[in-house]
Design a protein around this ligand. Structure first.
Ligand code: AMP
Length: 483
């Protein structure tokens, strides 16, 4: 394989990397409004586009748009989303595929009536399956890996829709927290590894399902329990039935949900609020990476609980030394490196009164490319700090996520390429300390082996076939001299 085609594989694999939120409701006359509220609370999981599909048992109604939940839906559009059941989706993806056609829920009409699908996670064999389906004549409408599931359902020979869904899901490999809305059912299911969260609740006699419990809190719904890894829940007018149709797998819940992604007020993976875990990560960091300083400041917002924990653990005062502008999106979304540089300044500004003449410990949740930390250190120095010590409440990110967190290729991950000392030099900090893997996993509730920490270890819970490695850009061609 030539280098050029290798590069094109890397580029195409970028298209399948996405983070998302899902919300569903069955049995409430204000299904679309509740879904809107749910998606509003889950905005942090996806800001590129959003969609709601509702149903009245015979027809589907839908609204999709690019941008933020609050801008996409109006009172009038929500009124047009009829029926007492609905599913919704927020999408957050990398550059290159910002397109309405990729916004979910995906909808089709086939032999079993209407079907809508909303997926959080990422399938590692989507490209391989897509190639096979296309060879049989399937025509895809989007670039999304999730569409493969719809085609597999349509191609299955199963007698019932449920049989077909089980058939389809037994062929996909990877991460899915998935909602399917059919004319008579809402199906909610989580892959056997349980990579992404999915929570079940009740609201005034209806059933609600959401990526995170913060969606239930907004509407006053009761959190019943998490949907278990490998569980498939079918909700219809007679109630809720639970199935476990797939072979059991060792759990691999995404530890990065705790580090960065989930909202701090949510309860996921059997935890108390994510906030308390982040704070404990900060306390552990203070134990592992102490340094003499005058003040601890967070990189807002995601670094706040960890910085509070660090401050408590180190007994050093906590201050808000950086102010965040909440009206810009996360800088990471910006496609161009040049825009991302600018983005940090758009988002954060230093407070000189807090920082002038001080030895500052600045706490962030993660370093990915290193761009943000470098800008932040510079900003803090410019505000008059005498020393800047960077502390990170997770280990170095060394490998891309193929299960639904947006991380760049390994080439761009500073932790994969550089030593601790080189990273420190690059970000221009006086010292740099990361939380250890053991420290992080000890803080996460339950057994350490129940988490996926592939982005920190390069050890993936699902092994890749050669074809998948090729599609995901994991295959390094053998240099021609040794061939
Ligand atoms: P970087 O400049 O690439 O090192 O980005 C690090 C910053 O991005 C940290 O402040 C993190 O809070 C944030 N971050 C880490 N992972 C993600 C992600 N998957 N999506 C958006 N932001 C992220």
């Amino acid at each position: 394989m030539s280098l050029i085609s290798q590069e094109s594989i890397r580029a195409s694999s970028d298209k399948f990397r996405e983070e998302c939120a899902v919300f569903g409701v069955y049995g409430h006359q204000e299904a679309a409004n509740l879904t809107y509220l749910g998606l509003y609370a889950l905005q942090h999981r996806g800001q590129e586009g959003s969609g709601i599909v509702s149903g009245d048992g015979e027809r589907f109604f839908q609204r999709k748009g690019m941008g933020l939940v609050a801008d996409i839906y109006s009172k009038k559009t929500l009124k047009g989303l009829l029926g007492n059941r609905a599913i919704g989706h927020n999408r957050y993806s990398t550059a290159g595929d910002s397109d309405l056609k990729n916004v979910q829920p995906l909808t089709v009409n086939f032999a079993f009536g209407n079907l809508a699908l909303a997926h959080n996670g990422n399938l590692i064999n989507a490209s391989v399956l897509r190639g096979e389906l296309e060879a049989y004549g399937a025509i895809f409408q989007s670039e999304s890996d999730s569409e493969v599931i719809v085609h597999l359902i349509a191609h299955s020979q199963g007698d019932t829709l449920l049989d077909r869904v089980i058939d389809a899901l037994s062929l996909v490999r990877g991460a899915y927290s998935l909602l399917l809305l059919a004319d008579d059912y809402l199906i909610a299911t989580r892959d056997p590894y349980g990579f992404r969260p999915l929570c079940l609740g009740r609201y005034k006699g209806s059933w609600v399902v959401a990526s995170e419990t913060c969606a239930f809190d907004l509407m006053g719904a009761e959190f019943i329990r998490e949907i278990e890894p490998g569980e498939l829940v079918v909700i219809n007018k007679s109630g809720m039935t639970s199935y476990h149709p797939f072979a059991e797998k060792p759990p691999a819940q995404c530890v990065f949900e705790y580090v960065y992604f989930a909202r701090p007020d949510s309860k996921i993976f059997g935890s108390n609020a994510v906030y308390s875990i982040r704070k404990a990560l900060g306390r552990q960091l203070a134990k592992e990476c102490p340094v003499d300083a005058d003040v601890v400041i967070p990189v807002p917002d995601s670094g706040v609980p960890a910085a509070l924990g660090y401050s408590e653990g180190a007994v050093i005062p906590f201050e808000l030394g950086l102010t965040r502008n909440h009206y810009v999106g996360r800088t990471f979304i910006e496609p161009e490196q040049s825009i991302r540089h600018f983005g940090v300044k758009l988002k954060l500004n230093a407070v000189p009164d807090i920082l002038k003449g001080k030895r500052v410990i600045v706490v962030d949740d993660s370093i990915v490319r290193g761009t943000t930390s470098r800008k932040i250190v510079k900003m803090i120095r410019q505000a008059g700090a005498s020393e800047v010590h960077m502390r990170i409440s997770s280990p170095p990110v060394v490998a891309p996520c193929f299960y639904g967190i947006d991380t760049p290729t390994q080439k761009e991950l500073i932790g994969a390429r550089q030593s601790l000392e080189n990273i420190r030099k690059y970000i221009t900090a006086d010292s740099l300390g990361y939380l250890s893997l053991e420290g992080m996993l000890n803080v996460a509730p339950g057994q350490a082996s129940h988490y996926c920490s592939a982005c920190f270890t390069d050890q993936y819970p699902i092994s890749f076939t050669r074809a998948e490695q090729l599609q995901l850009g994991l295959f390094e061609p053998v240099p021609s001299s040794s061939q």
